[in-house]
Write a protein that binds this ligand. Structure first.
Ligand SMILES: *[C@@H]1O[C@H](CO)[C@@H](O)[C@H](O)[C@H]1NC(C)=O
Ligand SMILES: *[C@@H]1O[C@H](CO)[C@@H](O)[C@H](O)[C@H]1NC(C)=O
Ligand SMILES: *[C@@H]1O[C@H](CO)[C@@H](O)[C@H](O)[C@H]1NC(C)=O
Ligand SMILES: *[C@@H]1O[C@H](CO)[C@@H](O)[C@H](O)[C@H]1NC(C)=O
Ligand SMILES: *[C@@H]1O[C@H](CO)[C@@H](O)[C@H](O)[C@H]1NC(C)=O
Ligand SMILES: *[C@@H]1O[C@H](CO)[C@@H](O)[C@H](O)[C@H]1NC(C)=O
Ligand SMILES: *[C@@H]1O[C@H](CO)[C@@H](O)[C@H](O)[C@H]1NC(C)=O
Ligand SMILES: *[C@@H]1O[C@H](CO)[C@@H](O)[C@H](O)[C@H]1NC(C)=O
Length: 453
């Protein structure tokens, strides 16, 4: 592992006082660091979060003003204009407000993708200014847009039409929080767009409190929040801005530090998957980060995953009020790395894909770790607390067309033309364009929340 070389090299550089040797050391170290950079790009850059542009925008907004008063002035105009719009809409839509919810017994996750450019996308990319550059694929140069037009059609029932105000009513005076990694952030951004696109708002504020990003819908006193905790438990990758650390270490029994921030939330949506996929083993710290412990054991990925989810499930069982809060666990969001998985020998990762896999006569294997899936399914079903296991894995496996691919950022910067010409290295086949697939995940969430309250 380069990391060990790294500390040794830097150490020997430091220990050396002779100028000549120091110079050589600097050269060697820089070469090494360069190599490390490349290495880390290949293996983890895709998992990295960028500083969301949305975050910058809103921070800027709140800085310009000196507090609340002026904030509402800036957005006040919006508010007035969109209020008018909404008032007009309300009258026309009153009849349509009635939606039909699917029966409890219907399996929402068995069905098919249907091309439907009338109802999908639910919002337009340029209508949602809160989207980060990571996901605005059209703006970033993607030429095809069919990926936005697929609706999920369950076999035995239908998903209700997405009406933002119905969900907003459920969220009134409430908090909804996504907890997990960048895929959950992907879904959080989708939820913001689904709710802000066609509903009036007085103003919104964004705060950053450590691991937490909060989006406020003032009219409803509701919040949509995202909490960064890629392993759910405490790890050395918990800083939302800095996690290019390849030497990832977790403490599977330690969750309180994060969990304290999840209390008194009304809707909790968890996930944890992609950060487990770097290697077959997981490093488990002996001791704690506070004590600056450095010794760790390496245990099998599946074993560590079960430990972590067990810790998480006990936390939920012991800390969440079943009469107040609904808890969801998102199953694995799949990657599309090998185009032969879907019989396209001429493909390069997901880079050339413009349509979903539509032949569903055979289950698709795109390399999702089914063992982790089984553990998540098993643990969530074995809990005292009724957790809703959101089984999005199979349906998402068909969506080889929906990734951000070459139309995204890497380490905070838009891919260059040269990088775009090298999809084998640079295509991001982990995250998803918006509007797009995560909107469907949120349609499931919407359906469940409306059905169960
Ligand atoms: C906004 O305020 C924060 C903290 O007060 C500061 O760190 C940041 O630089 C400011 N940003 C802008 C764009 O002024
Ligand atoms: C609101 O509407 C007025 C008049 O139609 C227009 O001048 C103004 O630019 C609008 N403001 C916003 C924020 O759209
Ligand atoms: C998840 O859904 C797929 C179909 O999309 C189904 O084959 C599978 O059995 C489901 N798994 C669980 C645990 O619900
Ligand atoms: C929707 O798709 C149909 C069939 O492909 C096409 O004729 C129509 O122009 C499309 N409409 C829009 C708004 O893209
Ligand atoms: C606003 O929502 C919070 C929960 O997010 C709640 O504690 C508070 O009482 C609400 N405020 C009002 C005025 O209802
Ligand atoms: C939840 O509500 C039920 C019925 O009102 C009550 O019996 C139960 O004690 C409550 N549970 C908790 C944890 O408050
Ligand atoms: C669908 O896939 C199956 C199995 O790979 C294959 O036998 C069948 O011919 C395919 N159907 C179509 C319409 O391509
Ligand atoms: C979970 O796995 C355990 C051990 O393999 C098994 O005994 C139990 O029945 C499973 N529970 C569910 C809900 O699948």
């Amino acid at each position: 592992m380069p990391l060990f070389f790294s500390s040794n090299m830097i150490q020997s550089c430091r220990n050396d006082h002779k100028f000549n040797n120091l110079a050589i050391c600097i050269v060697v170290c820089s070469l090494f660091l360069f190599g490390f950079f490349i290495y880390s790009e290949e293996s983890i850059a895709q998992f990295q979060s960028s500083k969301p542009k949305f975050q910058e925008n809103l921070e800027e907004l709140s800085n310009k003003s000196n507090g609340v008063q002026e904030n509402s002035k800036i957005l006040g105009e919006h508010s007035k204009n969109s209020s008018i719009l909404t008032n007009l809409r309300t009258q026309n839509d009153e009849e349509e407000e009635k939606i039909e919810l699917p029966p409890e017994s219907c399996d929402l996750f068995t069905g098919q993708w249907v091309y439907d450019n009338v109802t999908h996308p639910i919002y337009n990319e340029n209508e949602c200014k809160f989207l980060t550059e990571q996901v605005t694929c059209l703006k970033n140069g993607r030429k095809d847009s069919l990926y936005q037009n697929w609706r999920w059609q369950p076999r035995d029932c239908s998903l209700p039409k997405f009406r933002p105000r119905l969900l907003l009513e459920k969220l009134r005076n409430k908090r909804l929080m996504f907890v997990g990694d960048s895929l959950n952030r992907n879904q959080w951004e989708s939820m913001i767009c689904l709710l802000q696109s066609s509903v009036t708002f007085s103003w919104k504020k964004y705060k950053k409190i450590g691991h937490l990003s909060v989006f406020m819908i003032q009219d409803y006193n509701a919040t949509l929040e995202f909490y960064w905790a890629p392993y759910l438990v405490v790890s050395n990758s918990d800083d939302p801005a800095v996690h290019s650390n390849l030497n990832r270490i977790i403490i599977p029994e330690s969750i309180e530090k994060h969990g304290n921030n999840w209390k008194n939330v009304d809707y909790l949506i968890f996930n944890s998957y992609v950060w487990w996929m770097n290697s077959g083993t997981m490093k488990v710290l002996r001791g704690s980060f506070d004590e600056r412990s450095t010794e760790y054991d390496e245990i099998e990925r599946t074993k560590a995953y079960r430990k972590v989810l067990t810790t998480w499930s006990q936390w939920v069982d012991n800390n969440v009020d079943v009469n107040r809060t609904q808890v969801f666990f998102m199953s694995m969001s799949p990657m599309h790395i090998k185009s032969t998985d879907w019989n396209n020998p001429n493909g390069i990762k997901c880079a050339k894909e413009t349509t979903p896999v539509l032949n569903m006569s055979m289950p698709l294997n795109v390399g999702t770790d089914k063992k982790l899936f089984a553990i998540a399914s098993n643990v969530t079903q074995s809990m005292k607390f009724p957790v809703y296991f959101m089984n999005i894995t199979s349906i998402s496996e068909y969506r080889k067309d929906a990734h951000t691919s070459l139309y995204t950022i890497r380490q905070g910067k838009m891919l260059t033309k040269e990088q775009q010409a090298d999809p084998a290295t640079y295509a991001d086949c982990i995250h998803w364009c918006l509007p797009g697939l995560p909107d469907t995940w949120n349609e499931f969430l919407y359906t469940r929340i409306l059905s169960h309250s």
